[in-house]
Design a protein around this ligand. Structure first.
Ligand SMILES: [Zn+2]
Length: 231
C-alpha cells in the first residue's frame, strides 16, 4: 500500500525542481483556517494557535537544518525540541530560506490543514498525513496536512509531516532505507545508533536525519542569496 503512495508521490513531484538561488527566499502562506472537506461547503474554522505555532516551527526547523548542515558528512542528525525553541524564531527567520506572507497570491508555497484523508495522501503510522503537489505549469506548490482525528495533535507528528513535505517542495525524493531519515516514508523510529536523547518515546525530543549531499546545493544557494540577512 505504501509503495503505491510512493509511486504516486514520485509522479506528482516530477514537476517540482529544487529551489535555486534566484527563488530564495521561498514565500510561504499558511492558511489560518482548518478545513473539513468531508462536510462539503462547511466553512473553515480558525486553526488552533498551537497548531499554527507547530507549522511555523516546522519551517524554522528547516532553516536550522541548513545552518547545521556539514558538507563533510553524508548524514546530519537534527534534534527537535518542543516549541519552547520558538524563541529562536526571530533569529532563524533572518536566514532567508522562508518568508511568511499574508496573502496566498504572494506565495510560492501554501500550507493547509484539513480534517480528512485526501486521495493520494501518504499514509504513515503517525496521526498526520501530508501531501505535496505542484500542478504542472503552476508556479505555486501546495502542502496539505491532514489530521486524522479530532482533538489534540502530537506536535512532533505535525512538524515532521510538514518538514517531510517541505523536503519534497525543495526537490528531495524519498529515502527508503533508513527509518529516522526525514525523507523516509516511515520515520518514527531510528534503526541506526543515535544519541540517547533521540530514544523513541522521549516526550521532549524527536530526532530526524537528513542526507547532507542532497541539501548542500541549497545551502550554497542560501549563501549567495542577496536576501540572506533579512531583518
Ligand atoms: Zn513523501
Amino acid at each position: 500500500m505504501k509503495h503505491v503512495f510512493v509511486v504516486a508521490l514520485g509522479v506528482a513531484c516530477l514537476a517540482c525542481g529544487p529551489v535555486t538561488a534566484q527563488e530564495l527566499p521561498v514565500h510561504v502562506w499558511i492558511d489560518k483556517l482548518q478545513h473539513y472537506p468531508a462536510y462539503g461547503d462547511r466553512p473553515g474554522v480558525p486553526l488552533p494557535e498551537e497548531l499554527l505555532t507547530s507549522v511555523r516551527q516546522g519551517f524554522l526547523d528547516w532553516a536550522r537544518i541548513l545552518l547545521s548542515l556539514s558538507e563533510a558528512s553524508t548524514r546530519t542528525l537534527v534534534i527537535l525540541h518542543r516549541s519552547a525553541e520558538e524563541r529562536q524564531g526571530k533569529l532563524l527567520a533572518g536566514v532567508g530560506l522562508f518568508r511568511f506572507v499574508e496573502r496566498p497570491e504572494e506565495a510560492d508555497l501554501t500550507v493547509e490543514v484539513l480534517r480528512r484523508t485526501p486521495a493520494g495522501g501518504e499514509a504513515t503510522d503517525e496521526t498526520v498525513v501530508g501531501r505535496y503537489t505542484r500542478p504542472r505549469g503552476a508556479g505555486q506548490g501546495r502542502i496539505q496536512l491532514v489530521l486524522e482525528r479530532e482533538g489534540s495533535v502530537d506536535e512532533f507528528a505535525l512538524r515532521t509531516a510538514l518538514m517531510h513535505e517541505v523536503g519534497h517542495a525543495l526537490g528531495l525524493s524519498h529515502t527508503p532505507d533508513e527509518q529516522c531519515n526525514l525523507m523516509a516514508v516511515q520515520r518514527t523510529t531510528c534503526q541506526t545508533p543515535v544519541p540517547t536523547e533521540c530514544n523513541q518515546g522521549a516526550a521532549e525530543t524527536r530526532c530526524i536525519a537528513v542526507d547532507a549531499p542532497a541539501l548542500v546545493h541549497l545551502r550554497r544557494a542560501l549563501s549567495r542569496s542577496p536576501l540572506r540577512s533579512g531583518s
